[in-house]
Design a protein. Structure first.
Length: 355
């Protein structure tokens, strides 16, 4: 089995990457040699994946390779930002400082991801609960109750007739529905591997009312913070813009910013290029970047913008959670209420007839 094939199955958590960068920064800043630092970190590593990676990296560094070169076979694990910041630190002689910046950046990205997941967790639980209740009612509870109503030879209320039709359809076609849903999900995931289809999905996502704004803010926050940290660590702006673009998840943003690197190489300002995409980049963003370019404080401006958009994301996720929770509860209440009415109404009619 080739080393590259083995590396494809390695996984290291973001927390482990943060600790690796932070501890290596402290050790090298204290004067410990890079090889001794890597050997100590390998002994302290908790996961098998991290131990395997550090074993390979330590051997390569011992054989005379730069740390950044030794990390390149594991770029799928650490990401381009990690390897590039290490390489820039080696070139400029600021490896401990760059590793510290990297640990801070990874920590902020992890906190942002945690906030987004946390805001969507409770609405997701409500949604799963609603689907579970509906499935239980339609496939198990209703088939035992509804035949009683059908045997009465009376005109049933409209809600009850609708419920009988839905229950009968679900019982008859539930397996086909399940298979169809699985096929659609698998087909969608396979199509997402095609870059053209993925681009269309990413563009469509940006036009959605709430999710589109959130996706835009996430990509802008990641870009500005990554570019700011690269420039602060000593990277050239052309290379830094290209690297920052490659770290983004949305292909629409990645394409626009990939073109920016080429334009900057020809002498165009970054702010001028971003202004050509007003639907992707708000006016405030490229105007602030223009101020940073004119004053020579571009890296600080970008880091400020990263913080600003992270706050916007935090507020947006809180608002999204605030809207989704009552909405899903209302939907659940309407469904359960409809089922209750459909069952109780004929029972009430029967008891009235008996009296």
């Amino acid at each position: 089995m080739s080393p590259r094939f083995k590396n494809a199955f390695l996984h290291v958590s973001v927390q482990e990457q943060i600790l690796f960068a932070r501890h290596l920064a402290i050790m090298t800043k204290a004067g410990m040699s890079l090889i001794d630092s890597l050997q100590m970190l390998k002994r302290q590593a908790k996961s098998r994946g991290m131990r395997m990676i550090l074993d390979g990296v330590t051997k390569d560094v011992s054989n005379g390779q730069f740390l950044s070169v030794a990390l390149e076979p594991y770029i799928k694990v650490f990401g381009e930002l990690f390897v590039n910041i290490v390489r820039i630190g080696e070139t400029s002689g600021t490896l401990p400082e760059n590793l510290t910046y990297l640990a801070q950046e990874l920590t902020k990205k992890r906190q942002l991801a945690t906030k987004i997941k946390g805001a969507l967790f409770y609405p997701l639980i409500i949604l799963v609960g609603t689907v579970g209740i509906i499935t239980l009612l339609v496939t198990y509870v209703l088939p035992k109750i509804l035949p009683v109503f059908q045997s009465l030879n009376v005109t049933l209320p409209l809600p009850t007739r609708i419920l009988i039709a839905v229950s009968s359809f679900a019982q008859q076609y539930i397996l086909y529905i399940f298979i169809a849903v699985i096929i659609v999900i698998v087909a969608f995931l396979l199509l997402l591997r095609i870059k053209g289809f993925q681009y269309v999905v990413h563009r469509f996502l940006l036009f959605l009312p709430v999710a589109g704004t959130l996706a835009q803010q996430i990509n802008i926050a990641n870009f500005t913070r990554t570019l700011g940290i690269l420039l602060k660590s000593g990277a050239h702006i052309v290379e830094a813009v290209g690297t920052s673009a490659m770290t983004l998840g949305n292909l629409v943003f990645r394409e626009a910013l990939g073109n920016a690197a080429e334009k900057i190489k020809k002498g165009e300002e970054l702010s001028a290029h971003l202004s050509e995409f007003p639907k992707l980049f708000p006016g405030m963003l490229y105007e602030m970047i223009a101020v940073g370019e004119n004053t020579g404080n571009l890296s600080e401006t970008l880091l400020y913008l990263g913080d600003y958009y992270e706050e916007e994301i935090d507020n947006a996720t809180k608002n999204l959670s605030t809207v989704l929770e009552p909405l899903l509860l209302i939907i659940m209440g309407v469904i359960v209420g409809f089922v209750a009415i459909a069952i109780i109404t004929p029972i009430y009619s029967i008891t009235q007839g008996v009296r």
